[in-house]
Design a protein around this ligand. Structure first.
Ligand code: NAI
Length: 332
């Protein structure tokens, strides 16, 4: 039976992968630690490994995997910025991922974060539990009539933009590969990056992390945004230069920030660090702002998304012909 070493697993990963169709034809070996050049050795005997967003699949790690006989890396996520694709090709390791498990899960979370932040629900939740029923400081604003910019109109960005249209917002969109038919149908307007930043009162990021998008929001670009702008990032932490963001929050230029991802989240997000001293000064500073709301990379975490991730991952692995490392279906 084909053996699959699954790294960086949490109880929900184990539950959904074990229940996925076809999982009885795969020997699942779960590890709770992340994949790196040291832990890669533990894949010995496995034809495939399954990795997640914060596993570091650099050349060194892939070389160890190749030495142990691994033929396939199955990412149980959409993004693949953590993989050295060239190294995998050189080493003859096939790569597969789950490109679209449930874009609704992320789009709905992005909007949920924005509403929580803008209507100050996170603050009222705490107040009411303390029997403080006062409303001082809880004034929000309507999304109806606002200009909202959506950067990246792939699967998640399109759905998020459509939800914003449902609120009656004017939605500006930007993407190097515009989908003009969709925009016309939905009443969206494609603009360039500069215009989107200049005109939007809220900006939601849905572009992938690539060299061109690294720190797309930095000191210079944030300065061109409207005073009091709200920023939502459910895509990848490194799209935003955190130091510049903190400076803009301190000056009041940025009015609110909702993050599901953080530049240095690796080793922090997905872990229970309560009771420990938080060593990351920038994250610690972000957590002190009343107008910053952070969730720990949970936008994908719905029943529907986890079922689909598990189903496609097992299907991807079962498509592996271990002899030839030939893969049917979606590869990177
Ligand atoms: P997708 O590939 O369908 O869409 C990405 C879009 O971004 C494409 O239309 C692409 O042309 C566009 N893009 C590329 N470069 C750009 C640039 N410089 N400026 C503006 N747009 C640009 O991807 P999908 O499924 O919509 O996911 C988007 C991102 O969301 C992923 O790359 C991933 O990083 C993130 N994500 C986060 C999750 C979470 O749990 N927080 C879960 C799943 C994805």
């Amino acid at each position: 039976m084909l053996k699959l070493a699954v790294y960086d697993t949490k109880p929900y990963d184990r539950e959904y992968l074990s229940a996925a169709p076809g999982s009885d034809r795969v020997e699942l070996q779960f590890h709770d630690f992340r994949l790196n050049p040291e832990t890669a050795r533990l894949a010995k005997g496995a034809a495939a490994v399954c990795a997640f967003v914060n596993d570091q699949l650099d050349r060194a790690c892939l070389e160890v995997l190749a030495e142990t006989g691994v033929k396939l890396v199955a990412l149980r996520c959409a993004g693949f910025n953590n993989v050295d694709v060239e190294a995998a090709n050189d080493l003859g390791i096939a790569l597969v991922r789950v490109p679209a498990y449930s874009p609704h899960s992320v789009a709905e979370h992005a909007v949920g974060l924005l509403l929580t932040l803008n209507r100050k629900i996170h603050r009222s939740y705490n107040r009411v539990r303390e029997q403080n029923f006062s409303l001082g400081g809880l004034v929000g604003f309507n999304l109806h009539g606002k200009t909202i910019g959506v950067i990246g109109t792939g699967k998640i960005g399109q759905l998020t933009a459509q939800i914003f249209r449902g609120f009656g917002a004017e939605v500006l969109v930007q993407d190097p590969y515009p989908d003009n038919d969709w925009a016309d149908e939905q009443g969206m307007r494609y603009v360039d990056f500069e215009t989107l930043l200049k005109e939007s009162e809220i900006v939601s990021l849905h572009a992938p992390l690539m060299p061109e998008t690294l720190h797309m929001l930095n000191e210079e670009t944030i300065a061109t945004m409207r005073p009091g702008v709200y920023i939502v990032n459910t895509s990848r932490g490194k799209l935003i230069d955190t130091s510049a963001l903190i400076a803009a929050l301190k000056s009041g230029h940025v009015g609110g920030v909702a993050l599901d991802v953080y530049e240095e989240e690796e080793g922090i997000f997905f872990e229970d660090l309560s009771g420990l001293v938080l060593a990351d000064d920038e994250l610690a500073r972000l957590l002190t702002f009343p107008n910053v709301l952070i969730t720990a990379h949970q936008a994908f975490l719905t029943d529907e998304a986890l079922s689909e991730i598990a189903r496609v991952t097992i299907e991807n692995v079962l498509n592996l012909d271990a002899e030839t490392a030939y893969i049917e279906g979606t590869t990177l």
